[in-house]
Design a protein around this ligand. Structure first.
Ligand SMILES: C[S@@+](CC[C@H](N)C(=O)[O-])C[C@H]1O[C@@H](n2cnc3c(N)ncnc32)[C@H](O)[C@@H]1O
Length: 338
C-alpha cells in the first residue's frame, strides 16, 4: 500500500467502486456517505462574486444534483441498496460505515443496512442537531436533526475511541465545591435507590456502615489520596476534580456541532455541505493515522479535506461535475480520470 495515491473521481459511485475494487477490497477503515436523502429537492451551488463600493456583488446559482426520483421511493431504495452492497466488501475487518440521512428515509435504509451489514453489526443511531432554528410548520414540528447510522464490518473487531466535548456552563455547574486542588463535584460511593434494595452487603468503613459500591481496599486508597469528602452528617462521597475530567463523553446525541455558517471560512457555497467538525469527530473516533477513508457521495469534499488534515489516506467520488470542481478548488488537487 506504500504506492497509495489519494483519489478524486468523477462518476457514479457504483462504477467507481467496480473500477477500483482491486485497490479497495478489504482495505478501507472508514466509509462515510452523505447520499441524497429522498428530499424531493434540486440542489445548487451558490457562487457570490465580490462587490465594490459602487455595486453589490452578484449571487449565481448552479445546479449540482437532483434528489427527485421519478420512480418514487422504490427507485431510491433500489439505487441505495445496490451501492451499499457494493461498499461492503471494501471494509477492513475492524472498519465501519457511517450513513448520513434524515427523517425521510433513515428508517428504510436502516432495514437495508441490517440486511447487508447484519443487525448484529449495528452500532449506533447518532442524532446530529443540525440547526438551532427549525422552520415553523403548519403540520407537526420543524425538523432539527439528521441521523447517522453506524455499522461495523465486524462488531467483535470494531472499537471507537472515546471522544469528549468541551464543558459548557451547564455541565460545569455540578462542580460547585472547591478546595486547594480546584473545583470538584461529589460522586456517590454508596448504593442509591433501587440498588439499595437489592441484596447488597453492608459493611463498616471508617465509622459508617453502609451498602458501599466499592471494596474497602479501593476506598482506603481514595481516602489516602484525599479524594473522600465527609459531609456534616458523616456520609462519604468521592471528589471528582474538574481539571481531571477530559470533557463530557460524547454520546449518540450530537448537539455541539454547528452547521456550516454562511460567513465561515470552510463554506464552499455547496448547499448540503457538512461541517468539518462533524467529520473530525467521526474520523477521530474510528480511524488511526494512515488509514484509508472513502466517501462515495463527496459533495464539496468535506471528508477528504478533514482526512487530509488528520493525516489519513482517502478516496472520494461524486457524479456531479459542479461538485468535483468545488472539491478541486477546495483541496488544490485535480481529479484522476476514472
Ligand atoms: C448531500 S451531498 C454530499 C455533501 C457532502 N457530505 C459535503 O459535506 O459537501 C450528496 C452528493 O451525492 C452526489 N451523488 C448523487 N448520486 C451519486 C452517485 N450515484 N454517485 C456519486 N455521487 C452521487 C451528489 O452529486 C451530491 O454531491
Amino acid at each position: 500500500m506504500s504506492d497509495w495515491k489519494n483519489l478524486i473521481l468523477h462518476g457514479d459511485c457504483l462504477d467507481v467502486i467496480k473500477k477500483h475494487i482491486d485497490i479497495l477490497k478489504g482495505k478501507v477503515r472508514l466509509i462515510y456517505i452523505d447520499p441524497p436523502f429522498f428530499s424531493g429537492t434540486d440542489y445548487t451551488l451558490k457562487i457570490r462574486s465580490d462587490g465594490d463600493s459602487q455595486k453589490a456583488g452578484n449571487l449565481q446559482e448552479e445546479k449540482t444534483y437532483s434528489d427527485k426520483w421519478e420512480g418514487g421511493l422504490q427507485e431510491y431504495l433500489d439505487f441505495m441498496r445496490v451501492r451499499l452492497s457494493a461498499m461492503k466488501p471494501l471494509l477492513k475487518d475492524n472498519g465501519s460505515i457511517w450513513v448520513h440521512l434524515d427523517w425521510h428515509v433513515s428508517h428504510y435504509i436502516k432495514v437495508i443496512l441490517d440486511e447487508i451489514f447484519e443487525y448484529s453489526n449495528f452500532v449506533n443511531e447518532i442524532i446530529w442537531k443540525r440547526t438551532n432554528s427549525p422552520k415553523a410548520q403548519s403540520k407537526g414540528f420543524g425538523s432539527q436533526h439528521d441521523v447517522i447510522l453506524l455499522y461495523a464490518a465486524n462488531a467483535s473487531k470494531f472499537k471507537t475511541q472515546q471522544v469528549y466535548r468541551e464543558f459548557d456552563e451547564k455541565s460545569r455547574r455540578p462542580y460547585s465545591y472547591k478546595d486547594e486542588r480546584g473545583r470538584f463535584r461529589l460522586i456517590e460511593i454508596e448504593a442509591q435507590g433501587i440498588q439499595r434494595t437489592e441484596d447488597r452487603k453492608q459493611f463498616e468503613w471508617r465509622g459508617r456502615t453502609a451498602p458501599y459500591l466499592y471494596r474497602k481496599k479501593i476506598l482506603d486508597e481514595w481516602w489516602e489520596a484525599g479524594l473522600i469528602y465527609t459531609s456534616k452528617n458523616g456520609r462519604y462521597t468521592k471528589k471528582q476534580y474538574l481539571s481531571e475530567v477530559p470533557g463530557i463523553p460524547v454520546s449518540d446525541l450530537w448537539i455541539d456541532i454547528s452547521p456550516v455558517q454562511g460567513t465561515s471560512k470552510e463554506n464552499t457555497g455547496f448547499l448540503t455541505q457538512k461541517p468539518e467538525a462533524l467529520l473530525e469527530r467521526i474520523i477521530d473516533s474510528s480511524t488511526d493515522s494512515d488509514d484509508i477513508i472513502a466517501d462515495f457521495f463527496a459533495g464539496s469534499g468535506t471528508t477528504a479535506a478533514v482526512a487530509e488534515k488528520m493525516n489519513r489516506r482517502w478516496i472520494i467520488c461524486d457524479s456531479s461535475e459542479a461538485a468535483i470542481r468545488v472539491i478541486e478548488n477546495r483541496l488544490g488537487i485535480s481529479r484522476t480520470s476514472l
